[in-house]
Design a protein around this ligand. Structure first.
Ligand code: BTN
Length: 323
């Protein structure tokens, strides 16, 4: 099926919101015969959509396949611009790498790159990011804010707030943020965020937010077992990845627009509400050494303030935190 035809068909079902759409109405929307509609419906079934057909009523979608293809994301996506342009891949070394390539060309703000599997997923500090097929959300979001590069760390925090709220909305679970970029459930990591830039000294050209979420893994390799978990393990049932992507994009668009209009103050408050480490004794391992003390909070720029035992306050720009 041509992708534009499929998109129109899925949009019609999306508007119907679970109700039946008659074959005649679909034929009019698509400008084709009812026999052609029947063939299109069959090819949606081949892709894993479950559709009900009732005489005199028409068709309705019962369930969508849990894939993160362009259509699964677009149908029901409630954003104005974020995620309207999607590069969905079955397998790629890293969505981050693909997004950097796209950022070299003129791209539409809010373009996303998403993959079912990454074969060389990257985390912070050149660590590997385990990204097995069909189980997680491996996605990079391209933005082009007109801002100086020192503002970039705020995007990690904005994204973390959007993801926490999206997870709460979709699963009812209550994740916590560990500065700067980890989201945890019951002390184990479910999400990592990797914010990267293409910029010159004064101006961001593009910002690429890499999001990795463990959604439906049932188990982890030995080296990750103690530190990582998935939403499905914590909730005890599978979670729809496309629904979660849609919710993240909706929240992220809202917070991004708020940030560009009104600044960081309100988002900082939300971040602090979900943050695990604030007010607690922490150990911060930075590239220059290890610090122990109390996490006081974050600055407007997203820098962590740590009060050590001698009463000195340190600004921490990047570190691994232990609580
Ligand atoms: C971290 O916690 O170290 C950050 C992990 C970021 C992983 C995501 S998955 C999608 C995107 N593509 C990558 O290769 N990395 C990011």
């Amino acid at each position: 099926m041509q992708s534009s035809v499929k998109q129109q068909l899925l949009e019609a079902f999306s508007k119907a919101d679970g109700e039946f759409v008659s074959g005649q109405a679909l034929a009019e929307i698509l400008g084709c015969s009812r026999t052609a509609i029947w063939k299109h419906i069959e090819s949606l079934r081949q892709e894993g959509f479950e559709l009900e057909a009732v005489r005199k009523k028409g068709y309705r979608i019962l369930t969508k396949p849990d894939k993160v293809t362009e259509n699964e994301i677009l149908i029901g996506l409630q954003t104005e611009w974020l995620g309207k342009e999607i590069l969905a891949l079955d397998s790629t070394p890293s969505t981050q790498k693909e997004a950097h390539r796209l950022a070299q060309e003129p791209f539409k703000e809010g373009t996303i790159v998403i993959a079912e599997e990454q074969t060389a997923g990257r985390g912070r500090m050149t660590r590997a990011w385990h990204s097995p097929k069909y189980t997680g959300i491996w996605m990079s979001v391209l933005l082009r804010p007109s801002l100086p590069p020192y503002k970039a760390p705020q995007f990690t925090l904005i994204t973390a707030v959007a993801i926490v709220e999206a997870i709460m909305e979709v699963t009812g679970l209550q994740p916590e943020i560990k500065w700067p970029n980890d989201i945890l459930l019951n002390g184990k990591k479910i999400t990592g965020i990797l914010t990267e830039l293409q910029a010159d000294a004064d101006q961001i050209h593009s910002i690429i937010i890499g999001i990795g979420i463990n959604v439906n893994q049932k188990e982890f390799p030995d080296e990750l077992k103690e530190i990582a978990t998935s939403l499905a393990i914590e909730k005890g049932e599978a979670v729809s990845r496309s629904q979660l992507v849609q919710e993240i994009l909706k929240k992220l668009e809202g917070y991004y627009e708020e940030y560009m209009k009104e600044g960081f103050a309100n988002i900082k408050k939300c971040w602090e509400k979900y943050a695990l480490s604030i007010g607690k004794k922490i150990t911060a391992r930075t590239v220059t050494g290890t610090l122990h003390g109390k996490a006081l909070g974050i600055t407007e720029e997203g820098v962590l303030k740590l009060l050590d035992e001698e009463g000195t306050i340190h600004d921490i720009y990047s570190a691994d935190i232990e609580i």
